[in-house]
Design a protein around this ligand. Structure first.
Ligand code: SF4
Length: 172
């Protein structure tokens, strides 16, 4: 039997950004997982020793069953319940609260730049930098564990790329 510590579930490849570095949006819509499939994979991981689940994508926060999936992971006993996200939906405080209440306890924010021009230029979604920074602030204000998943490319390689996000997350 394969033993694992983490199980990563790609809820779907759909995303509300269109990053120039990512082929997510090119995947077929049929790649979206149903709740019963998610539940089945959670059971699969558990049976193989996984203690942590990572909800990814695409963008997991736009999947209709994310909250139910986090709750199910907590119910099954997963100790770590991580959301890998572009952070846009966390700009809305009620959504951030709902995820925390459901049991999400680690948030990996996908960062593409230290400012709006650079970040939005890569995500091809104007306003995504403002939403992401607001989302980080909302989560940090609620004492959530937040990490920055920083993609370094030719387009965003700037001296303050790391320090900006360090100050925003740790500096609070
Ligand atoms: S936010 Fe993430 S999943 Fe969405 S397009 Fe960008 S890199 Fe891909």
């Amino acid at each position: 039997m394969i033993l694992m510590k983490w199980i990563e579930l790609i809820l779907s490849f759909e995303c509300n950004c269109r990053c120039i570095v990512c082929p997510s949006s090119l995947q077929p819509a049929s790649s979206k997982m149903s709740f019963s499939e998610i539940d089945g994979w959670l059971e699969y991981g558990l049976a193989r020793g996984a203690e942590a689940v990572w909800f990814g994508g695409g963008e997991p926060t736009i999947h209709a069953d994310l909250i139910a999936s986090i709750e199910r992971a907590r119910e099954l006993g997963y100790r770590q319940r991580k959301i890998q996200t572009n952070g846009l939906r966390f700009a809305y405080q009620p959504f951030a609260k709902r995820c925390l209440q459901a049991g999400a306890n680690l948030f990996a924010m996908s960062v593409k730049g230290p400012d709006a021009k650079t970040h939005d230029g890569i995500t091809q979604n104007p306003g995504s930098f403002a939403h992401l920074t607001k989302g980080v602030e909302n989560l940090v204000a609620q004492s959530a564990l937040v990490e920055a998943d920083i993609l370094i490319t030719r387009e965003n390689h700037q001296p303050n790329l790391l320090s900006f996000w360090n100050d925003l997350i740790v500096g609070h």
